[in-house]
Design a protein around this ligand. Structure first.
Ligand code: FAD
Length: 495
């Protein structure tokens, strides 16, 4: 375990390029770590700082490619001693605020995954991704509560709550966490459980970024070996009808069925496959844990909407569940916002479809996740126990747009304007935002402080601010928009 003299206060973020450590000091750190250390200009620096989000990249003064929790503690201690703010990156899917001149801890080497079938427990390192856990759990007829994309990092997804393919049946991924190994802002290694530190445990799970570096996580797996699911896709002529039918249908389905709807106006580009090119499509994605016969009976009202462009609903092994969403696997630039809703009506969704359809000035992928069920109930059935905000939401409306490389400037402004207009249509039902579905640069938004607060439920923002003050008073971890940065003064209200 590493401890350090915390008497040297941290200054404001350093200017790009500033390096308040000597090359010899960086070399000493490199000799101490099991993993590599990179400075700007080193071979490997660019590859290490690059992730799935290609819109922007960290520009750290130093990267610690941590091999284990000891490396993470040593890197945090080094950062403290040299007044460097610290950021963390696993896959870069959630990269929202890049480091300038700080220390980046890259966790991709800490990718161990083990499964104990007897206790239905998985243990992962900070760099593990969901496909690894799905693969390790499948031989035992078990599944994790992963989301749509197999390449997303397990730890950060779960710290943000984690709305997965089986969300309505089993709740948030965060609800199943049993223990977190954490390196704190003063470089101590601690194990956090509901018994050891209930407030910190709860605070870490559901918007818990920026309280430390999670180096390992233990969580429960669920007994799911197979699913009935896939995608039902309708063309533009059925969109209005399908939006209304889907809303009516969600009020009738059991908690064993989780679904979402997506609206995508594909541009007329030659590189797109012919079935997608230039078409405005509505996809309904299904994951049902019951039998195929019961699944087919449940989706009959959706099939009755009319002839589908495609329909691949079928029984599948859980290990094939990434085919339900078919998320893009290649890095690209994107920005996204969302609204958690207590309800919504078809007329509002039709206006969203019109604002984001083929006539929109930018491409927008709209997604509506059906929530409720075990998400609302919480792990103990009381709706509490972890710090996930807005459990009572019935839907999440998400808007996501690709950006040109570079990810900022006029393109981002145009995207934000369309996103704001679409989300304004559902404002009457809005409870707040999901932290996980805020994607891409958020800090530069004029409403960044309100956005950060809106990810927490009523009263929770104050608890979050108190935890940040207790566990990271000097704001060492300051590169997540919800890390309790300068705007997080604890005076805001949720909502
Ligand atoms: C294509 C795509 C699909 C997605 N699907 C879903 C979904 O179905 N359900 C859902 O809930 N979310 C989903 N998300 C959101 C995703 O869960 C978040 O963006 C998450 O933060 C990504 O984590 P990462 O490790 O992959 O990304 P990173 O960018 O590496 O990490 C994101 C942030 O988390 C923090 N962080 C990372 N590692 C640690 C650590 N060890 N300790 C402390 N803080 C850390 C850092 O602040 C970092 O900037 C999706 C995102 C994308 C891009």
């Amino acid at each position: 375990m590493t401890t350090l003299d915390a008497s040297r206060p941290l200054a404001a973020p350093l200017a790009p390029g500033a390096a308040p450590f000597t090359p010899e000091e960086a070399d000493r750190l490199a000799r101490r770590l099991g993993g590599p250390v990179f400075r700007p200009g080193d071979d490997g620096y660019d590859a290490e700082r690059s992730g799935f989000q290609a819109g922007h990249r960290h520009r750290p003064a130093l990267i610690a490619g941590a091999a284990d929790a000891g490396d993470v503690a040593a890197a945090v201690a080094f950062a403290r001693a040299h007044r460097l703010p610290v950021a963390v990156q696993a896959t870069g899917h959630g990269l929202s605020t890049a480091t300038d001149g700080g220390l980046l801890i890259s966790t991709r080497r800490m990718s161990g995954v083990t499964v104990d079938p007897a206790t239905r427990t998985a243990r992962v390192g900070a760099g593990a991704v969901w496909s690894q856990v799905v693969e390790a759990a499948a031989p035992y007829g078990l599944a994790p509560l992963n989301g749509s994309s197999p390449g997303v990092g397990v730890v950060s997804y779960t710290l943000g709550g984690g709305v997965g393919l089986l969300a309505r049946t089993y709740g948030f991924a965060a609800d199943h966490v049993r223990a977190l190994d954490l390196v704190t802002a003063d470089a101590r290694r601690v194990r956090v459980t509901a018994a050891s530190d209930p407030a910190l445990f709860q605070g870490l799970l559901g918007g818990g970024h920026g309280l430390g570096v999670v180096t390992g996580m233990e969580f429960g797996l669920v007994p799911v070996a197979r699913l009935y699911g896939g995608q039902l896709v309708f063309g533009a002529d059925r969109i209005d009808e399908a939006l209304a039918a889907y809303l009516r249908w969600t009020a009738t389905v059991p908690d064993t069925l989780t679904s979402s709807l997506a609206l995508i106006a594909y541009p007329d580009l030659p590189q797109l496959p012919a079935p997608l090119r230039g078409r405005h499509l509505l996809q309904i994605r299904i994951a049902f844990t019951g039998s195929a016969e019961e699944g087919a009976r449940l989706v009959a009202p959706l099939r009755a909407i009319g002839p589908a462009v495609s329909d691949d609903l079928r029984e599948m092994p859980y290990a094939e569940s990434a085919t339900i969403h078919r998320d893009p696997a290649d890095p690209h630039a994107y920005n996204g916002d969302n609204a958690l809703l207590r309800g919504v009506d078809a007329a509002a969704l039709r206006r969203v479809a019109a604002l984001t359809g083929p006539a929109a000035p930018v491409m927008v992928v709209v997604q509506l996740n059906h929530l409720g069920g075990a998400l609302a109930a919480g792990p103990d059935g009381t709706g509490g126990a972890t710090g996930v905000g807005h459990r009572d939401a019935r839907f999440a409306l998400r808007v996501l747009s690709p950006l040109a490389a570079g990810g900022d400037g006029d393109g981002l402004a145009a995207v934000r304007a369309v996103h704001a207009a679409a989300l304004a249509e559902v404002a009457p039902w809005r409870l707040g935002r999901s932290v996980n579905f805020l994607l891409g640069e958020q800090r530069a938004r004029s409403d960044a402080a309100e956005v950060a607060r809106s990810t927490h439920g009523p009263g929770a923002w104050h608890r979050r601010a108190a935890l940040k003050a207790a566990h990271d008073p000097e704001n060492v971890f300051r590169f997540h928009p919800y890390d309790g940065g300068p705007e997080a003064d604890g005076t805001g209200t949720a909502g």
